[in-house]
Design a protein around this ligand. Structure first.
Ligand code: SF4
Length: 218
């Protein structure tokens, strides 16, 4: 079977000219081949008064003012203040409960009201949604399912104004983001192998993680 040619996109770009205007745009460039109305429609979100504008301006202002000087935890404090969020939801992995409590303390010290929902909230066994015993980490034991939808619903009911994800699993985070009503950002991206620093695998594809560049079915 013939391999389908990938559509050319920013993946194949060698100039990144949209960033600094110091080079040229490639023929297939997304910027120069863009439907102008689509671009204008995206800009309208930022230009009209509302939460999109507030978020975009806050994010850019923090980036400019504190570039390279604030940790992510501090940036979240700065962001929460700028978007007017007082009640901050923490959607935490149970494995990061300790770190989440520390972050809750930091929020409190800075005048915010933290409210946390742990991934195991509801505490029902994984088999209740169709997982087989053999697919558990420890088969034949009670293994509570992560319930990101309930986490989101709990924080929605608490009327949080900003949610912070603390290491939810891949996919569980997707469901949380799908069901959460408040603006959501990350403090911790889970990577059980790399100490929650997933980019380390990408940094080391020339050495320790060369294996990622060979096909394998996961
Ligand atoms: S938008 Fe154009 S210039 Fe920017 S990275 Fe994509 S292809 Fe390159």
């Amino acid at each position: 079977m013939e391999k389908e040619e990938p559509a050319l996109s920013c993946v194949q770009c060698g100039t990144l000219n949209c960033h600094k205007h110091e080079s040229h745009y490639p023929k297939f460039c997304l910027t120069t081949n863009m439907d102008e109305t689509m671009l204008e429609a995206s800009l309208a979100h930022y230009q009209e008064e509302g939460i999109d504008r507030t978020i975009a301006l806050s994010a850019a202002e923090i980036e400019g003012k504190y570039y390279g000087t604030l940790t992510r935890a501090e940036e979240i404090l700065a962001f929460a203040r700028r978007i007017g969020a007082k009640k901050v939801g923490i959607a935490s992995c149970v494995g990061l409960a300790g770190e989440s409590k520390t972050f809750a303390k930091i929020l409190e010290v800075h005048g915010f009201t933290p409210i946390m929902a742990i991934c195991k909230v509801g505490s029902r066994d994984k088999t209740e949604i169709g997982l087989q015993e053999a697919q558990k980490i420890r088969p034949e034991t009670f293994e509570p399912l992560c319930n990101p939808i309930l986490q989101a619903q709990y924080l929605n009911a608490a009327q949080t104004e900003l949610n912070v994800i603390m290491g939810l699993c891949v996919g569980h985070d997707s469901l949380f983001i799908k069901y959460a009503e408040a603006t959501t950002t990350y403090l911790v991206v889970k990577d059980r192998v790399l100490g929650h620093n997933p980019v380390a695998a990408l940094y080391t594809t020339g050495s320790y993680y060369k294996k990622l560049l060979s096909p394998k079915e996961y």
